[in-house]
Write a protein that binds this ligand. Structure first.
Ligand SMILES: [Zn+2]
Length: 164
């Protein structure tokens, strides 16, 4: 069951990754397939239009609010248990106190990790693009020049041969 879910998740991820890549290659927004203007934004390492970039940012804020709410909720729940036990004369265990304090941090950490992963993907994609622009494209030009030179050289060599 777990493997089926994992496989389905991986398949969906691969499919959406491939679709994003294809859309970007066609000069389209990775999310909504609208034509990209010259100035493009990034989300999750893919090129997106201004509207989708804004939407992604808004979603990150909403996610922060949701995770903050979950953190507060879990803290409140543990606090409730601690106070209830206290009233019944039961001293709260250190584990429960630690959990109450740690849960908000755990949720905040999860959010930070998600945002960090997204930023990392954007940075990586930018570096790949720069490498393509500054390294691979000029190399292609030089390679074309070399091929031209070789062709010219071959042509002049065959000319000389035919003269002899
Ligand atoms: Zn878009």
């Amino acid at each position: 069951m777990v493997w089926a879910i994992l496989a389905a998740f991986a398949a969906t991820f691969t499919l959406s990754h491939w679709r994003r890549h294809r859309r970007n290659a066609q000069g389209k927004c990775a999310f909504c397939a609208a034509a990209l203007e010259s100035q493009h934004f990034r989300a999750d390492g893919a090129r997106v239009c201004a509207r989708c970039a804004q939407r992604t940012q808004r979603r990150a804020y909403i996610a922060l609010l949701v995770f903050a709410a979950l953190g507060i909720l879990s803290f409140a729940t543990y606090l409730f248990v601690i106070v209830r036990d206290w009233r019944h004369g039961i001293a709260p265990s250190l584990t429960i106190i630690a959990l109450a304090l740690a849960m908000p941090l755990v949720f905040f950490g999860m959010w930070l990790w998600g945002v960090g992963a997204m930023r990392g993907a954007n940075r990586l994609a930018e570096l790949q693009d720069r490498m393509e622009e500054e390294l691979v494209a000029p190399l292609d030009d030089k390679l074309a020049l070399l091929r031209e030179l070789k062709a010219a050289h071959d042509a002049s060599a065959s000319d000389r041969e035919s003269q002899n």
